[in-house]
Design a protein around this ligand. Structure first.
Ligand code: SDX
Length: 434
C-alpha cells in the first residue's frame, strides 16, 4: 500500500470520563481518519454509524471524490479528462494497474480482454430457466453468480495470476452476459462477440444485431456508450462496491462476489435510480406538473424522492452528470430528437430544483443517474436494461477494489458490531405457561 498513509498525529477521545488516545492517519488528499481499531479494547465501546456516513472501512488508492467541490479522480485523473481523452478499456487498465497504459500495454490488454469475451457454451442453459419477462438484473444476478460454477482455474484468490485472470474474465464476459439477458427478453437469438470490434461496439452489436442481416455500429453512438461506461466505472466505497469487498473479505469466489455487487446495485436508491429516474420523468409527463412533484419530494410524509437527485457524498453537482448531460444532447441531436419531451422535463425539473431553497439547503444536485436514462433510451435500450449497463461498467471498479482489498495486509474479514436494543437474558417458559 502507498507510503502516504501515515499516523503522524494523535486524537484525544474522552469517553465515560476516560481520556483515550487514538492515532489520526492522513491520506494523500481528503479527510484524515481516526484509527479506532483499538477503541473497543481501550474503552469497551463501539462506534455507531448506520449507513457509514463518517466511517472509512478501508484504505484505497483507486478513486477519490471531493463531494464539496464535485470532483472525481480515477487514480488521480479527473473524470472529465478521462471521459474525453481515453477509452473505457484504457480506464479499465488504469483502475486495475494504477497507471494509464502505453500503446504496447494497451494493445496487449485489449487482446487479452477480447479473447475472454465468450462465455462457456453451457452458460446458455441457465437462460432457459428464466421467464422471458424476468427483469434483466435478476438474470444478471443469477447468471454472473453461475460463472462461479465454471472457470475453476481462476478462483484461488491467493494466487496473483488467478486474481488477474478472474479480473480479465469478469470485465470481458459482463457485456456478453448482459447482451444475452437483453436478447433473451426479446426472444431473439444470442449474438456471439466479434474479435475485430472494440468493447462498446461489440456490446452494441451483441445487443442489436440480428442473424438475418448485417449490422453496422454507429461510431458516434458506440463512442458515447464507451464514455458512459467510463463515467460509471468506479466510485469509491459505494454500496455495491462495499458489498463486493465484504463478500470478498471472506475469501469467496470472485464471480460470486460480483453477483452480490449486482444485487446491491439493483436497488432504486443506488444503481436502479437511472431506471427509476426515467420512470419518474414519464410519470411527471409534462413541464406543467413539475411543481406538483417538487412539492411531493419536499413533503416529509410522502416517500417520493426526485430520482437522479441527491448523493451521499456529492454536495455539489456530480461531475459525471455534467458529462452525461452533454452526451445526452449529442445523442439526441444525432438521433434527430432535439425536442425529446423527457429532456425538456428533466432540464426544467433541474432548473426549478436548483433554485428551490429545500434542494439548495440540503445541497441536492442531479447525480449520474439523472440524464443517463434519457440517453440510453435514445440509443435504443429499454428502461429495464439501464441498470444492467451500469453493472457492465461498474464491474471493473468492483473487481479492482476486490483485488486491492485482498492485496491489502490490513484487510481482514468484515464483521461489524451492533448497538443491541433487544430483550435482556430471560428464561423459556413451557408452551402451556405462555
Ligand atoms: C448512485 O454512493 C455512490 O457513490 C452511488 C453512485 C455510484 O456511482 O456508485 O454515485 C450511484 O447510487 C447515485 C444515487 C442514485 N440514487 C438516487 O438518485 C435516488 C434519489 N436519491 C436519494 O435516495 C438520496 O439522495 C441518496 C440515497 C442518493 C442519498 O441518501 P443519503 O445520503 O442517505 O441522504 P439522505 O437520504 O439522508 O438525505 C438527506 C436529506 C433528507 O432530508 P432530511 O431527512 O435531512 O430532512 O435530503 C433529502 C432526504 O429526505 N433527500 C431528498 C433526496 N435525496 C435526499 N429529498 C428529495 N429528493 C431526493 N432525491
Amino acid at each position: 500500500m502507498s507510503t502516504q498513509d501515515t499516523s503522524a498525529k494523535a486524537g484525544q477521545l474522552a469517553i465515560n470520563g476516560e481520556n483515550t488516545q487514538m492515532p489520526v492517519r492522513s491520506g494523500t488528499i481528503g479527510p484524515d481518519v481516526v484509527d479506532i481499531t483499538s477503541l473497543y479494547k481501550a474503552t469497551g465501546c463501539f462506534t455507531y454509524d448506520p449507513g457509514f456516513t463518517s466511517t472509512a472501512n478501508c484504505r484505497s488508492k483507486i478513486t477519490y471524490i471531493d463531494g464539496d467541490k464535485g470532483t472525481l479522480l480515477y487514480r488521480g485523473y479527473p473524470i472529465e479528462q478521462l471521459s474525453e481523452k481515453s477509452s473505457f478499456l484504457e480506464v479499465c487498465y488504469l483502475l486495475l494497474n494504477g497507471e494509464l497504459p502505453n500503446s504496447g500495454q494497451f494493445d496487449q490488454f485489449e487482446r487479452t480482454i477480447t479473447n475472454h469475451t465468450m462465455v462457456h457454451e453451457q452458460m446458455m442453459r441457465f437462460f432457459t430457466g428464466y421467464r422471458r419477462d424476468a427483469h434483466p438484473m435478476a438474470i444478471m444476478v443469477g447468471t454472473v453468480g453461475a460463472l462461479s460454477a465454471f472457470y475453476h482455474d481462476s478462483t484461488d484468490i491467493n494466487d496473483p495470476a488467478q486474481r488477474i485472470l478472474a479480473s480479465h474474465r469478469m470485465i470481458a464476459k459482463m457485456p456478453t452476459i448482459a447482451a444475452m439477458a437483453f436478447k433473451y427478453s426479446l426472444g431473439q437469438p444470442f449474438i456471439y462477440p466479434r474479435n475485430e470490434l472494440d468493447y462498446a461496439s461489440n456490446f452494441m452489436r451483441m445487443c442489436f444485431a440480428l442473424p438475418c442481416e448485417d449490422y453496422r455500429v454507429d461510431p458516434i453512438v458506440s463512442r458515447a456508450l464507451d464514455r458512459i461506461f467510463i463515467l460509471h466505472a468506479d466510485h469509491e466505497q459505494n454500496a455495491s462496491t462495499s458489498t463486493v469487498r465484504l463478500a470478498g473479505s471472506s475469501g469467496a469466489n470472485p464471480f460470486a462476489c460480483v453477483a452480490a455487487g449486482i444485487a446491491c446495485l439493483w436497488g432504486p436508491a443506488h444503481g436502479g435510480a437511472n431506471e427509476a429516474a426515467l420512470n419518474m420523468l414519464e410519470e411527471i409527463g409534462s413541464v406543467e406538473r413539475i411543481p406538483e412533484y417538487i412539492a411531493k419530494a419536499k413533503d416529509k410524509d410522502d416517500p417520493f424522492r426526485l430520482m437522479g437527485f441527491g448523493h451521499r457524498v456529492y454536495k455539489n453537482y456530480d461531475p459525471r452528470a455534467r458529462v452525461m448531460q452533454k452526451t445526452c444532447h449529442e445523442i439526441l441531436d444525432l438521433m434527430g430528437v432535439k425536442d425529446e419531451p423527457l429532456l425538456k422535463i428533466a432540464m426544467e425539473l433541474e432548473r426549478i430544483a436548483l433554485q428551490d431553497e429545500y434542494f439548495v439547503e440540503k445541497r441536492l444536485y442531479p447525480n449520474v443517474d439523472f440524464y443517463s436514462g434519457i440517453t440510453l433510451r435514445a440509443i435504443g435500450f429499454p428502461v429495464a436494461m439501464f441498470t444492467v449497463l451500469f453493472a457492465v461498467a461498474r464491474t471493473v471498479g468492483w473487481i479492482a477494489q476486490w483485488k486491492e482489498m485482498i492485496e491489502d495486509p490490513e484487510q481482514r474479514i468484515g464483521r461489524p458490531r451492533q448497538l443491541y436494543i433487544g430483550d435482556d437474558k430471560r428464561d423459556v417458559l413451557p408452551l402451556e405457561q405462555r
